[in-house]
Every structure is written in structure tokens, then in C-alpha cells.
Ligand binder design. Structure first.
Ligand code: CP3
Length: 336
């Protein structure tokens, strides 16, 4: 067991493991250098050697407890036949969704297309110290559907008309995705990943009366599958506020990642039986050092006697200073 799996599975709170969402990414000059020579982001994710190299970059700088494989949640829609592009300052751009095409997919072809991800995991596991975890991930069905159907209006709102118009199709897609996502998880696990994080980044956009069907149920089915396969799960239903408690009870993952709108004291009191991860606003890292440390210490102290993994309430932002991050890692590593 690693420090991370020990904390997640054994609920061991004698140490605080640490890693960061988006730790392999644009805030690192060594990543930007590779990225500038590889304009096609999907192709970069499918380059097993480079993907493995990028995965290990943050670990050669910082004393982290886990690597997270360099890939993207949108590799799944890509492998299911949708064209996925990442345009500068615009975010992901997917070709329009076609249900007939989507339903013609088969698992064999899907896994074949994602094989470079599994090769990248194998390569990384060989190079990674045994004391470190290697985290695999997927996007939860709802969050993938948000991108596949283009359900967002502006930065963080749902296009209600489109949602209503497409609701029947969305239901079919959510159900179908579960199978593909479980296949992606098991293949990542077999390749050497020892934990899976399930990103429901847009759970906050699910209409409240549909949370059960669109968020809890799909997550629960995937978590149940992982339990059968003995793969530790970290769920991240971002933006659902105090429904974190309902989510935890219905889905029952091994660990929950808090978003930065969740009060850590509330979380500690209401999510008692769960290992917790993250929570701190990534924007705090733009503040002065004293203020950063104050916030880091707040999370460390609130969760002192609780199984807790240090991380953030969302991914690291591109403008984050790696030297500041180094100081945060050292502070967490030396906390007793
Ligand atoms: O965490 C890591 O370091 C591992 C790699 C990773 C990426 N994306 C690489 C990436 C992980 C775990 C993700 C997850 C992901 N991707 C999520 C869930 C987490 C979250 O942030 O809510 C989501 C919603 C996506 C979809 C996605 N991919 C978006 C919206 C974007 C563009 C804007 C952005 O956030 O960067 C991406 C592109 C992307 N994925 C980049 C990286 C390093 C930037 C690509 C670039 O260099 O332009």
C-alpha cells in the first residue's frame, strides 16, 4: 500500500498524503515546452512516451504522493467517434453529437483507440517509485454529456432549452457511457493504476430534481463496479453544495474530493465516514505567502484527526507559480 491508498482504504490519518488536480499541466514551463511542439492535444495524449514523461514532471519537482496519468476526460468521447479539439482560450470543441453513430460503437474498438493511454500507464508505473500511487481517471457520465451535447451556456450555466430538447437522448447516452467508462477504468487498472478519480465537474449544473438520476445513480453504478474489482475510488461531484451529503450516502465512494465552496468544518461533521480530499481554492495560491500558509494550515488543522488528502477544490490554474507550490508541498509534508 502507498500513503495514498492507506489513507483512502484504511482511513489512516497518521499522515497527510498530497497531490494536485492538474499537477501535470500548463503552469509548468517543462510542460509548456512539450506542448508548444505538439499542437494537437489529443495526439499528445495518445503519445505514450510523452504522456508518461509529462505525468512524471511534477514528481521530479515536488515530493508528491501520487502521479495522475496525463490524459483527458474527453478522450472517451474521442474514442466513441466524436471529433474533439482544444482551441486556444476557448476550451474544448466537439463535433455535433449523432446518436445513431454513437450507438454503433463497440467496446473492442473503443479500447483499441485508448490503448496508448494504457501503454502510458504501464511505462509510468515502471518508472514511478513503489511508494507512490498512480491515479487514473474518468469523467462521470453527466459531465461527459455536457461536453458531448454542448449543454453549457456561457461559462457555467446550463442551456435549459437544449437540455429539455435532448433529454431523451441524454438519458440513453448516460446509461450507455457507464459500460464504456467501466471498461476504461478496468483497463487503466490492469495497466498499473491503483486508484481512480471520477470527475463530475459539472454536477452543479444538473437540475436539482434530477440529481438522483443524472448524478448519484451513474456515479453509484461506476463506484459499485470499482468496489467489485477492488479499485479505490475518489469522487468529485463539483458544485452540488450540501448535496455532498446525499451524494456520499447514495454513492458511497471510498473518498470524496471537496470543492472550494464546501466549508471544511461542515464537511468534517457531515461526511464523517469518508476519507476527504482537497477543498482549498486554487486562487489562494495567487496570494501572499502568509495568507497561503494560513489557508493551508486551516485545512490541515480542521482535518487533523480525519483521513485527509491534501489537494485543491479544483485544478491548478495556469498562472500558478511552481515555486509557491513547492513551499505548499513542503509545509504539508512537514505537518504533524
Ligand atoms: O490532472 C492532471 O494533471 C492530469 C491530466 C488532466 C487533464 N485534464 C489535462 C489537460 C486531467 C485529470 C484532466 C481532467 C479534465 N479535463 C476535467 C475534469 C477536471 C476539471 O478541471 O474539472 C475536465 C472538465 C476536462 C476537460 C478539459 N480539458 C477542458 C475544459 C480543457 C480546457 C481548459 C483547461 O481546463 O485547461 C481541457 C484541456 C486540458 N486537459 C489541458 C490539460 C493539461 C490544457 C491543454 C492545453 O495545453 O491547452
Amino acid at each position: 500500500m502507498t500513503r495514498l491508498t492507506n489513507c483512502i482504504l484504511k482511513k489512516d490519518h497518521s499522515c497527510v498524503p498530497i497531490w494536485f488536480m492538474r499537477q501535470a499541466g500548463r503552469y509548468l514551463p517543462e510542460f509548456r515546452k512539450i506542448r508548444s511542439k505538439n499542437k494537437d492535444f489529443i495526439k499528445l495524449c495518445l503519445n505514450s512516451n510523452l504522456s508518461s514523461k509529462i505525468t512524471l514532471q511534477p514528481l521530479s519537482r515536488f515530493n508528491l504522493d501520487a502521479a495522475i496519468i496525463f490524459s483527458d476526460i474527453l478522450m472517451v468521447p474521442y474514442a466513441l467517434g466524436q471529433k474533439v479539439e482544444f482551441k486556444k482560450n476557448k476550451g474544448p470543441d466537439l463535433s455535433s453529437f449523432d446518436l445513431k453513430h454513437f450507438l454503433k460503437n463497440d467496446k473492442k474498438k473503443f479500447i483499441y483507440k485508448l490503448n496508448p493511454v494504457y501503454e502510458a500507464i504501464k511505462l509510468t508505473r515502471k518508472k514511478l517509485n513503489k511508494s507512490k500511487s498512480l491515479i487514473s481517471f474518468i469523467g462521470a457520465p453527466w459531465t461527459l454529456a455536457v461536453y458531448m451535447f454542448g449543454l453549457k451556456k456561457g461559462k457555467d450555466q446550463i442551456n435549459k432549452d437544449k437540455f429539455k430538447k435532448k433529454e431523451k437522448e441524454i438519458k440513453i447516452v448516460l446509461e450507455t457511457l457507464i459500460d464504456y467508462l467501466c471498461a476504461h477504468i478496468i483497463n487503466q487498472h490492469k495497466a498499473g493504476a491503483d486508484v481512480v478519480q471520477i470527475f463530475d465537474s459539472w454536477a452543479g449544473l444538473v437540475p436539482k430534481n434530477k440529481l438522483f438520476n443524472y448524478c448519484y445513480e451513474p456515479n453509484r453504478k461506476i463506484v459499485d463496479f470499482c468496489k467489485k474489482k477492488k479499485i479505490p475510488t475518489i469522487c468529485f461531484p463539483r458544485g452540488i453544495k450540501t448535496n455532498y451529503k446525499n451524494f456520499a450516502e447514495k454513492v458511497n465512494p471510498d473518498c470524496l474530493n471537496l470543492d472550494y465552496n464546501i466549508d471544511p468544518v461542515w464537511a468534517k461533521n457531515n461526511l464523517k465516514n469518508f476519507c476527504l480530499q482537497g477543498g482549498m481554492n486554487p486562487r489562494i495560491l495567487f496570494k501572499k505567502e502568509v495568507e497561503i500558509f494560513k489557508e493551508v494550515d486551516k485545512y490541515l488543522n480542521v482535518f487533523k484527526n480525519h483521513p485527509y488528502i491534501f489537494n485543491l477544490g479544483h485544478g491548478l490554474l495556469p498562472k500558478t507559480n511552481p515555486h509557491i507550490l513547492q513551499k505548499v508541498v513542503k509545509r504539508v509534508n512537514s505537518f504533524k
